[in-house]
Design a protein around this ligand. Sequence first.
Ligand SMILES: [Fe+2]
Length: 168
Amino acid sequence: MLNESLSKALNDQLNFELYSAHVYLAIAAYCSGESLDGFANFFMVQAEEEKFHAMKIYKYLNDRGKRVTMSGMETPNNEYSSVLEAYEHAFEHEQEVTRRIYHLSDLAMNDREHATIQFLKWFIDEQVEEESMFDSIINKLKRIDKDSNAFFMMDAEFAQRTFTPPAL
Ligand SMILES: [Fe+2]
């Protein structure tokens, strides 16, 4: 049986995943406003991934007989001075997500809640991927610097990114 404090912490994370989707849609909108449709697509796909993360926790809480509740959210940052700045913000955001997932995992370990420890492993692996992806894109953007050809090639490459949801 999931205790109330762990269940509430998971519910908070579900809401934080939706906030992440909100953060990334705001970045997508900034990119669209700059006519960078490929980068906009990258962040729209990222927002889809975040919604999928939220639904994964939603299903888990339901499966464990817990009632999910939705909370309000902060206004995300809508203004950026460059695509690089937007990716840096996204990277910091993912690091915050990782801290939260680790905290959840600590709570589950303290409760010896093995099913939840197991459930959170997927998110721990996912965070390694997310952080590494943002880190490497930031490095590329820094190397590209003022080479506009390379920058627009990256925009074209990101126009191809798609999201295929795995089974929940
Ligand atoms: Fe996420």
